[in-house]
Design a protein around this ligand. Structure first.
Ligand SMILES: NC(=O)NCCC(=O)O
Length: 369
């Protein structure tokens, strides 16, 4: 399918003259000024040395009676490091080593909330339909290898970290996002609500839909929530996080071009606008090759990265690359959430009581005819 590694943003940037580009950014991305932030030389050097892209932008809010509520958010997209046939501990440690360097760079830029991609410390083996072979990657939410690894970094750098893992809770598996606070402590978790069972995505063969509802975590820096991957196709999933008070909703994903790259840039952006919060879209990169142990079948999947962030007024950053590891940093003023709500009046006109009444009468199984 898609063979272009050049991102659409780069193609457009290369084709338009500066005036045209300004107009394109105004109409398409809602950006009226250049919101790029200058990075430290050491950051650019780290990117070159360890071969990852770094980009940084800021979203401001209008001056008002409240003090600005500024927070710096970082997203990391990355590929796996070793072949999927290597011992699991080796694969995981190699990813830890790579990601640690990017986290250190994020911390040196002052990032306060950091999110990693879905199932970040493993290949996305769920396409193999094999379970036993991969069970070592599945860990306890508050005591597994990835928690121990990230908790140290969170404490060292005063970071709130969102760590999407595969969770083993007394033998039962879940697709879970763990929140770790700036002291390295476990804050809580959210389990993926909507599971794909489409094409090569067969997550229902592994775990159940989440049972944690729509939690919002009140962290030192912001009220945050996590809508894991496929949940982005469900408008009400986004809605509930907003109604529960989220200021930033993260969408850590593992998605491939055939599964809707054309609307990757639309869904989370639309959610930001509809719910007056920031959305952070994060996808893995690279090709992952598997040979199933039982049938010796070869499976190959490539992820298209393109992580981006949208503000509640619909203004969004360009995407990170389609095929390269990357760190996206955004300075955001949380006051913008309330300002946009007041301006558009979406809360006031939402008519939730009307929908609640109608939803009560909907049969839980949709009519497929
Ligand atoms: N990880 C995951 O839920 N992928 C499903 C495909 C998609 O929604 O993009």
């Amino acid at each position: 399918m898609a063979t272009h590694s050049l991102h659409l943003d780069e193609i457009i940037k290369n084709k338009l003259n500066p005036e045209q580009l300004k107009e394109y950014n105004r109409i398409h991305y809602g950006r009226i000024d250049n919101c790029e932030i200058k990075l430290q030389d050491s950051t650019l050097e780290a990117g070159k040395l360890h071969d990852f892209e770094v980009a940084a932008y800021s979203f401001s809010a209008a001056k008002e009676v409240r003090n600005p509520r500024l927070v710096k958010v970082g997203l990391i997209q990355h590929s796996i490091v070793l072949p999927t046939s290597e011992p699991i501990e080796k694969q995981r440690n190699a990813i830890f080593d790579k990601v640690q360097k990017i986290i250190e760079t994020a911390a040196s830029e002052g990032v306060q909330i950091l999110c990693l991609q879905e199932a970040w410390y493993m290949p996305f083996f769920l396409c193999t339909r094999e379970k036993e072979e991969w069970k070592e990657f599945v860990e306890s939410a508050d005591n597994g290898p990835s928690f121990i690894f990230l908790s140290k970094l969170a404490k060292k750098f005063n970071l709130v970290v969102i760590s999407p893992i595969l969770e083993n809770d007394n033998g039962v598996w879940w697709n879970t996002a763990v929140v770790i606070d700036e002291n390295g402590h476990y804050v809580g978790k959210h389990r993926k609500n909507h599971l794909p069972s489409v094409g090569s995505f067969s997550e229902t063969a592994y775990y159940l839909p989440g049972n944690t509802g729509h939690p919002v975590f009140e962290t030192k820096y912001a009220k945050i929530a996590i809508n894991i991957c496929y949940g982005r196709h469900h408008a009400m999933n986004w809605l509930m996080f907003g109604l529960n008070g989220a200021e930033i909703v993260f969408n850590p994903a593992a998605t491939i071009s055939e599964f809707g790259e054309s609307f990757w840039g639309i869904e989370a952006r639309n959610a930001a606008i509809a719910n007056s919060y920031y959305t952070c879209s994060l996808n893995r990169v690279g090709t992952e090759d598997f040979t199933t142990r039982s049938t010796q079948k070869n499976i190959s999947r490539s992820y298209y990265g393109s992580s981006y962030i949208t503000a509640p007024n619909g203004c969004r950053t360009p995407s990170l690359s389609r095929d390269k590891d990357g760190l996206l940093i955004v300075d955001m003023d949380l006051n913008l959430c309330r300002q946009v709500k007041d301006h558009w009046g979406f809360n006031m006109t939402a008519r939730l009581d009307m929908y609640a009444k109608e939803l009560k009468n909907i049969h839980p199984t949709p009519n497929l005819l």
